[in-house]
Design a protein around this ligand. Structure first.
Ligand code: SAM
Ligand code: SF4
Ligand code: SF4
Length: 336
């Protein structure tokens, strides 16, 4: 059965956050000052087990979900994550399983395990190749070379169409845009520049820090001749261009929002479902899963909540005077 929301949008993708923990402290996501040694992350018993994740995904797959993205926090911190992948792979409706990771924990062995378990694609996050800036932004002691090693391990294991996400903040890493494109020239990897987004409340988002799509294009056009490409499919979040080195993309949630085709639902590690990245409201699925509710009653619940969905936050944020004070879920919690 295919279900649609109030704007006739189908449900096609689920992003599953498998942990709220991370080995980085990116300033735009988990600022160190907040996520310090006193911060209370979820206990193991509070987060969904693989069995619970599979149960929800199976129900959602019967409504049209075809794509799953594993995220976090850092998904590679979740022990035996490849076992979750191999169980997801058995759901016949699921056509594509991907992961977003900061990559530093992707050893050769783990990359092979994930590939053999059926993971289709990996997106790596990398905000600068310059180590000083990399460490400042990521709030970690790792080097950008550790991420590059993770990418190399993914390639060795046979992953193709690797994407590299770079969050761009004005006057912080705009100088890294060209080096990043140059580095990945001819590599087959697709760099995607992401406008700094006002997810959550702790990253002190200010629109003056956002380098918007048009500015990014200006910078790139001074170095490369570029050509706009057709989208691969309707709900694709990145706009695409070709350049001498291959392809790059821009995710412009702030300056050119894409709510019209948004087909995504998000499941947090502790089992809350969100119908929008910026929603204040969530739905407690864990309680249902841990009660005696049958699959069909959980199905009816999910059906109702998608039918009632009318989210289009990115299209309306600038009209709302209160966009800064609305309480929203943090990125490391909701999973991006
Ligand atoms: N830890 C993994 C990683 O960084 O790839 C997965 C989780 S992370 C929350 C998912 C994606 O969200 C990353 O590509 C990250 O760069 C992006 N992200 C986090 N906070 C953001 C923000 N405020 N604006 C734009 N993108 C953000
Ligand atoms: Fe961790 Fe990813 Fe957030 Fe950075 S963006 S702090 S790597 S969850
Ligand atoms: Fe989807 Fe919400 Fe983002 Fe719009 S703002 S694209 S509805 S997640």
């Amino acid at each position: 059965m295919i279900i649609t929301d109030k704007f006739s949008r189908k449900l096609r993708d689920i992003r599953i956050s498998v942990t709220d923990r991370c080995n980085f402290r990116c300033s735009y996501c988990m600022p160190k000052e907040i996520y310090d040694s006193n911060y209370k992350f979820f206990k193991k018993s509070e987060i969904l087990s693989f069995e619970e994740i599979i149960r929800v995904t199976k129900i959602l797959a019967s409504f049209g979900v075809k794509k799953v993205r594993l995220t976090g926090g850092e998904p590679l911190l979740r022990k035996n994550i490849h076992l979750l992948v191999s169980e997801l792979k058995k759901i016949k409706e699921i056509q594509d399983i991907s992961m977003t990771s900061n990559g530093v924990l992707l050893s050769e062995k783990r990359a092979e395990l994930l590939k053999d378990s059926g993971l289709n694609r990996i997106t790596f996050s990398l905000d600068s190749l310059n180590d000083k800036r990399f460490q400042e932004i990521s709030g970690s002691k790792y080097s950008s070379k550790d991420v590059l090693e993770g990418i190399a391990n993914a390639k060795k294991a046979g992953f193709e169409n690797i994407k590299i996400n770079m969050v761009v903040k004005k006057n912080i890493n705009d100088n890294d845009i060209i080096p990043m494109l140059e580095y990945f020239e001819g590599s087959g990897c697709i760099v995607r520049f992401i406008e700094f987004m006002d997810v959550g409340n702790v990253n002190l988002w200010d629109k003056r820090d956002v380098l918007i799509l048009d500015d990014i294009i200006d910078i790139i056009s001074k170095r490369y001749s570029i050509k706009s490409l057709q989208g691969n499919y309707k709900s694709e979040v990145a706009k695409r261009w070709s350049y001498a080195g291959g392809e790059f993309g821009i995710i412009s949630s702030i300056s050119k929002p894409f709510c019209g085709e948004c087909s995504r639902v998000r499941l947090t590690a502790e089992g809350k479902l969100f119908t929008c990245l910026f929603a204040s409201r969530s739905y407690d699925i864990k309680n249902l899963l841990r009660s005696s509710e049958s699959d069909s009653s959980i199905s009816n619940y999910l059906l109702d909540l998608w039918s009632e969905r009318d989210d289009r936050y990115s299209e309306t944020r600038m009209n709302q005077d209160d966009y800064k004070i609305i309480k929203k879920a943090e990125m490391s919690y909701i999973g991006g």
